[in-house]
Design a protein. Structure first.
Length: 479
């Protein structure tokens, strides 16, 4: 009989009445495991434990927190290949991508181990004689972490590591599809010596566990990454409770290719940004905006490069693109291919379901050309291996098209012109701008986030994370 992996609440592993089946999207005959489904009562118990743990945990020394975070980083690094294999098996990104994700997650814990020793503060001279003014930062309290499925380890890590670093307690709800990586991460965190109540894992449905977190009056702050629709619910619930929150949501990220771009570089940047990780990245280059002097040559070169991509089992050596994460997402991707055709865009390549040796959710990467920026395939996030090429008259037109979107996460430009690169960096309405680099792929120590409909609240990652996970106190002393 397959064992059910339990939730971790108040310092103990707890079972539940029901379990969810975690299936391998490369081979649906492969059961990755059974995972306990938490209830609203489990969330209640987790919050109570976290509240009880906060006064002691928030007063631990920076060194104690450093050591725990460093131990988590060390174990993740040592088990990189094993954790990467599990991640690829449950989510469907290729093995090198999955192992890379584990490394980045480990580096994130390592970074915040260091940050625990560098918690910033300031001292001001006062307007009044003999008075000192000190500005310090304290943890906000109990932090709810709600994560998506597309980066099963790295997104939880870039939330959990700073939360622990600054002395917060955590209720972690992973996405339903990627409980295996979340469970492994929880085991590692527990083994590193986090006291009971400080870290709690509650796996289960968004509508049950996630909603119970939104409704809970004693969670002090909520960090969320996921879709715009769910983000809106998080914002409404948090606003109603006057609670701090942070949202990272969707994107419709443009990559501009100018006539003067190095064609080979532009094709690699586009293939990587649009199709790697099966296009399931919030930073994916789903709109390719190409000026007319290079349009035809770029489309042909990109299509030729795409024909050399292998789509197969995520864990097979040499595979470039794994399966789509599940049947629901695959149906959404395929339906957008039909929508694009119906809107009058030309499907140059791909877009069909593929059969492989094992039953999985395989799809040929799709390229639409001659699309209009007003089409649904250019405006709505598809979240799959589908890119839409849009012609532009010149740089100014390309920039206007790039900015004509309700999203603002990431954007890129391929050009050899310093003038256009500089102008683009200044005028792109995005949180992250890339020059001659894929829109997807960021450094773990630099701020991550967007603007417009993509993000709300403080930035994630690096030193900027301190804004969300701490609250500032200004103390006045008369000596
Ligand atoms: P989703 O919104 O469906 O789910 C995200 C999380 O919210 C899951 O854990 C889910 O269980 C939970 N949830 C669902 N309903 C809830 C509710 N009523 N209350 C509380 N929680 C609830 O998103 P997804 O399908 O897991 O992820 C894909 C989306 O995430 C895409 O839109 C993608 O662009 C976005 N994303 C954004 C970033 C970023 O940093 N901007 C990064 C990765 C993914």
């Amino acid at each position: 009989m397959t064992e059910t992996h339990k939730n971790y609440i108040a310092g103990e592993w707890r079972g539940s009445e029901s379990a969810s089946r975690n299936l391998n999207p490369s081979d649906t005959n492969d059961l990755v495991g059974l995972y306990a489904q938490a209830s609203a009562a489990d969330v209640e118990a987790a919050v109570a434990a976290a509240r009880a743990a906060f006064p002691t945990w928030s007063r631990t020394t920076p060194l104690e927190r450093h050591d725990i975070l460093a131990r988590i980083a060390a174990e993740m690094t040592a088990r990189r290949d094993e954790l990467g294999d599990l991640l690829a098996r449950e989510e469907g990104k290729t093995l090198p991508e999955a192992i890379g994700e584990v490394s980045r997650a480990a580096l994130t814990f390592d970074f915040f181990a260091g940050e625990a020793l560098r918690i910033p503060g300031e001292k001001f001279g006062s307007l009044r004689p003999g008075v000192d003014v000190e500005v310090t930062r304290e943890g906000v309290g109990v932090v709810g972490v709600i994560a998506p499925w597309n980066f099963p380890l790295v997104i939880p890590s870039w939330k959990i590591a700073p939360a622990l670093c600054y002395g917060n307690c955590i209720i972690f709800k992973p996405a339903e599809l990627v409980t295996a990586s979340a469970h492994k991460l929880a085991e590692i965190i527990v083994r590193a010596g986090v006291p009971a109540g400080v870290f709690n894992l509650v796996m289960g449905r968004g509508s049950v566990v996630g909603q119970a977190m939104l409704d809970h009056p004693r969670i002090d702050a909520l960090t969320f990454t996921g879709s715009v629709a769910t983000g809106r619910k998080v914002a409404e619930a948090c606003t109603a409770r006057m609670r701090k929150f942070q949202l990272e949501m969707g994107g419709k990220n443009p990559l501009i290719v100018l006539d003067d771009a190095d064609l080979k570089t532009a094709v690699e940047v586009a293939v990587n940004g649009a199709y790697f990780s099966t296009g399931q990245r919030c930073t994916a280059s789903s709109r390719l905006i190409v000026t007319k002097g290079v349009y035809g040559r770029f489309a042909d070169a990109l299509a030729e490069r795409m024909r050399a991509l292998t789509v197969d089992d995520a864990r097979k050596p040499g595979v470039h693109i794994g399966p789509v994460v599940d049947d629901g997402q695959l149906q959404q991707d395929l339906s957008y291919v039909e929508i694009g055709k119906g809107e009058g865009a030309t499907l140059k390549l791909g877009g069909e379901r593929l059969n492989r040796a094992t039953p999985g959710f395989y799809m040929a990467p799709a390229l639409f050309v001659d699309a209009d920026n007003d089409m649904r395939i250019a405006r709505e996030e598809i979240f799959g291996p589908v890119a839409t090429m849009i012609p532009a008259r010149d740089y100014d037109h390309a920039l206007a098209l790039a900015n004509d979107t309700e999203f603002g996460l990431c954007g890129g430009i391929c050009t050899t012109s310093l003038k256009y690169a500089s102008h683009y960096k200044r005028n792109a309405e995005v949180g992250m701008a890339m020059v001659n680099l894929p829109t997807a792929g960021v450094d773990y120590h630099a701020p991550f986030g967007g603007r417009k409909g993509s993000s709300l609240g403080a930035r994630e990652q690096g030193r900027y994370a301190v804004e969300f996970y701490t609250t500032v106190k200004t103390a006045y002393t008369m000596a």
